[in-house]
Design a protein around this ligand. Sequence first.
Ligand code: MRU
Length: 349
Amino acid sequence: MQVNGKHYRTIWLSDDHRTVRIIDQRKLPFEFIIENISSLAEMATAIRDMHLRGAGLIGAAAGFGMFLAVLESSDMSQIKKAAELLKSTRPTAVNLSYAVDLQLKALTNTIESDRLAKSLEIAQSIADKDAEQCRLIGAQGVEIIKSLSLAKKGKRVNILTHCNAGWLAFVDYGSALSPIYEAQARGIDVHVYVDETRPRNQGARLTAWELGQQGIPHTIIADNTGGHLMQHAQVDMVIVGADRVAANGDVANKIGTYLKALAANDNKVPFYVAFPSTTRDMKTIDGVRDIEIEERSGEEVRKIEAWYKNEIVEVQLCPDDSPAVNFGFDVTPARLITAWITEDGIQKI
Ligand code: MRU
């Protein structure tokens, strides 16, 4: 995708073949900073502290994290410890354990002298596959937007999205935003309502920035606004991403997604979930019951970051001694989902 007219992926290997480069998402939209990651420990911190985030990108980062681990030691017992460390960073997005397990399996079956080359090959292939799957999600999902546009006789299609499931959350293209980018490329008139997505504001900070870079008309809304807009026929469809899709079709996504699905259901607004097939987790039987929900520091709720006098500052929003709880995700039951959009097509639920 384009940043100031230049194509970027969200993660790549630098020319020295020892350093992984990422866009530091903690600084967006205020500053565009590339961060160098040159050790396993730095990659684990980058994932845990959300220098990068989003299910697909976390998976790609874990793949490169395993490569950095092999650079440090090609001994299998060390590699297994690295796998455990990476898996412990964030529990909900299944793409992370998918990538780590893929690396572990391949490295176990590779002689020690070949492990470095093998881990790089796997890391690159995880990243390339993610980008290609997301490109295809766009090609599949645009058909839904096209139908809505035809039904509206070419009038603007209004789409609501939650959090950031754009290219910043993957290696390129994104999941929920990929069909929107494809619609724009085909000349379909689209407009996006962007949930701000408290507490970390991935919508207001990242999705709005991404859409702006791509020239897509959009409007940021407070998280509580979607229901009102849907009641007044201002939303033609909702499209969100996913961090884990259970065997029964339930979907874990950023906290607040479930409430949007309820409002969409009540107002007969179609509710789509876009994700690459690597986000499907057949080992988790019942999403609401079984998906582990990441709990982050309550400080993310009690405080908010803002751009003030050319720097990011943090301000407190509540009384000094009021505690806060911070669940990172919720689970939307399959019955509230109109269809999934994956690289393989549109699947009605
Ligand atoms: O906590 P984050 O920012 O890593 O949240 C994950 C997400 O990006 C969203 O839940 C998104 O909608 C899923 S699609 C990558």
